[in-house]
Write a protein that binds this ligand. Structure first.
Ligand code: ARG
Length: 580
């Protein structure tokens, strides 16, 4: 274990026990990065309250019993009782050297693998994936990648909207157009237009609207011909999703789709059980559950409608069935729902009802990871000039074109042939969009601004990609591959020290994503590493280092940096081109 924060936490914990007894094993040592030293332990303050003694005295008692001579200068007590640690250069160098021979780069595998379901992407079929689904897709995939790397059993679950009343008109429209028509093909290329065409017909042609309504009844009754057209619609839509996921380098496949329709047959039983348990009650002809603790503005209890007056089931009913399936059939220990923040109340209520019904066992964790909005330049929802939701494919195409223009400005067309250039532009454009999303806190909104996303400066995908590519080019110039460098890493200059020390924190940065579902913490960490590398590269000559020994050591540090950057970007799902 190389992460200094964790190592120090253990040592401080031991010192606390030595000073005050085993009863204090549970005290969090509160080791944090420090602006006065490398790290500081803040534990003396809460401990002083617990012991009823002055905090400086408590800090001194802990510091006295600390055994850290191998890794730190003698700890210093400052202020009201902070214990400051300045790590030894040789310790940092030694830890960085051993990290190089660790395939996992300090990321601990879990001792307790859980079955984790990640419900993500989950667009509504036969509508263009809108930019909101871009975020649930990208953030969800990063969470999946990290959990898998840590060793959990991850089940990807794409809870697509593939059922409901709008399918009457969609099926009817597909039936009219014919399966191999240009209109049907829109489902694969431009589903928004297909949906809009069907909608327009529904609104203007009473005969069509009539047929659509009759179609819903047939669909709900499982009529074989209707089901066949529905399946055709699904297949075309899956082709669309495959294309998007490929382009986005998202790990979802057809097999991960378990849409709303999948739970259809389980809905009557959900309602039946809720009634039997006395949780569901009639309210104006609809069946509702009023979970404890949810009230409207006027203080009246909020209902979760599980069966409408017309006998139809709701989105909430499906989600309740989904929970039961995930617990009973998939044995999930943890379920992570990466869904828009506008559904926060929905999930709070659904989880509360499921708990009240005893469907979520006490040890299982059900979490909503709320995703903020993608905004247009005016701060409102991102829209086209016509006011529509912009097609995701159009935005991604624009990103790739933009990346290409910037690369060309930098003379890339002289260095690469057409195929290479196209591949690089795609990695940079898509990487930029993904990184912009992953570097923003998932629940805040951000403005979709290609200029900012595709800049080579600042906390952007291209900046990080470029840092990795630049290290690769050092090795190309040197004529050695990264694996060929086996020398130990030395710490001889402040920029080397700062970079090596930061690299030791990779494991903690990755583990934190698994716990908090916040990929932006890892993005921020990688940006730090890339910035520290830039400073190192400016201040410390590598190939022109004053001695051969130092050159080899700096190459080893470059190799470790490259390992952390590429592994980190891979866990985020951001592609890194070989060259750019
Ligand atoms: N299809 C829904 C939407 O587009 C998201 C579904 C999220 N998952 C869930 N289990 N409700 O808003």
């Amino acid at each position: 274990m190389a992460d200094p924060q964790l190592v120090l936490a253990e040592r401080v914990s031991d010192a606390i026990v030595a000073a005050f007894g085993a009863g204090f094993r549970d005290a969090d040592p509160l080791v944090r990065p420090s602006s006065f030293a490398d790290f500081q332990a803040n534990v003396a303050l809460p401990l002083a309250r617990r012991l009823g003694r002055p905090s400086r005295e408590v800090a001194a008692a802990v510091a006295e019993r600390l055994s850290v001579a191998d890794m730190s200068a003698p700890p210093e007590v400052s202020g009201p009782g902070f214990i400051n640690f300045t790590l030894r250069d040789d310790w940092i160098a030694g830890q960085a050297t051993s990290l190089r021979s660790d395939d996992r780069l300090g990321v601990a595998g879990t001792a307790d693998p859980l079955t984790v379901i990640v419900d993500y992407s989950s667009p509504n079929i036969a509508k263009e994936m809108h930019v909101g689904h871009l975020r649930t897709t990208i953030v969800g995939d990063a969470i999946v990648r990290v959990l898998e790397f840590i060793g959990h059993r991850v089940i990807r679950d794409n809870h697509v909207g593939d059922w409901g009343t709008q399918f009457g008109m969609l099926i009817e429209h597909l039936q009219d157009a014919g399966e191999s028509s240009a209109e049907a093909d829109l489902l694969r290329t431009d589903p928004n237009t297909f949906y809009a065409d069907a909608r327009r017909k529904f609104d203007t042609d009473p005969g069509f609207a009539e047929r659509s309504r009759a179609r819903i009844v047939l669909l709900q009754g499982g009529d074989p011909d209707t089901m066949a057209i529905w399946r055709e619609l699904m297949d075309l839509s899956k082709a669309y999703l495959r294309r998007m996921y490929d382009l986005l380098r998202v790990t979802l496949t057809d097999d991960d789709i378990r849409g709303e329709s999948f739970y259809n047959e389980m809905l009557p039983d959900v309602v039946h059980e809720l009634v039997a348990k006395g949780l569901a009650v009639d309210s104006d002809g609809a069946l509702c559950v009023f979970p404890d603790g949810f009230t409207g503005r006027d203080g009246s209890p909020l209902p979760l409608i599980i069966r409408k007056r017309d006998g139809g089931y709701n989105y909430a009913t499906t989600d309740l069935a989904t929970i039961r399936y995930r617990v009973d059939k998939l044995s999930c220990d943890r379920a992570i729902y990466v869904v828009g923040s506008d559904q926060t109340l929905h999930f709070q209520m659904v989880f509360a009802v499921a708990r009240a019904a005893g469907w979520i066992p006490p040890g299982a964790s059900f979490e909503h990871v709320p995703i903020g909005m993608v905004q247009g330049p005016d701060g409102g929802r991102l829209r086209t000039r016509e006011g529509d939701t912009p097609a995701l494919s159009g935005l991604l195409d624009a990103a790739v074109r933009r990346a290409r223009a910037i690369l060309e400005e930098q003379g890339a067309s002289e260095r690469f042939d057409e195929t290479e250039l196209a591949a690089i532009a795609e990695a940079v454009g898509i990487g930029a969009v993904k990184y912009a999303d992953l570097s923003t806190a998932h629940n805040s909104s951000y403005i979709f601004d290609l200029d900012r996303m595709i800049s080579f400066r600042g906390n952007t995908g291209p900046y990080l990609q470029y840092a990795a590519v630049r290290i690769r080019s050092i090795f190309r110039k040197y004529g050695q591959n990264v694996g060929g460098i086996t020398s130990p890493i030395a710490v001889t200059a402040p920029a080397e020290r700062a970079l090596a020390l930061r690299l030791l924190g990779f494991g903690a940065a990755v583990s934190a994503v698994a716990e908090t579902c916040e990929p932006h913490g890892l993005s921020g960490y990688l940006f730090d590493v890339a910035s520290l590398f830039t400073t190192f590269f400016e201040e410390c000559p590598v190939l022109k280092a004053p001695s051969e020994e130092l050159r080899e050591s700096r190459l080893a540090l470059c190799a470790l940096t490259l390992g952390v950057l590429t592994r980190g970007l891979e866990l985020l799902g951001v592609p890194v081109p070989e060259q750019m």
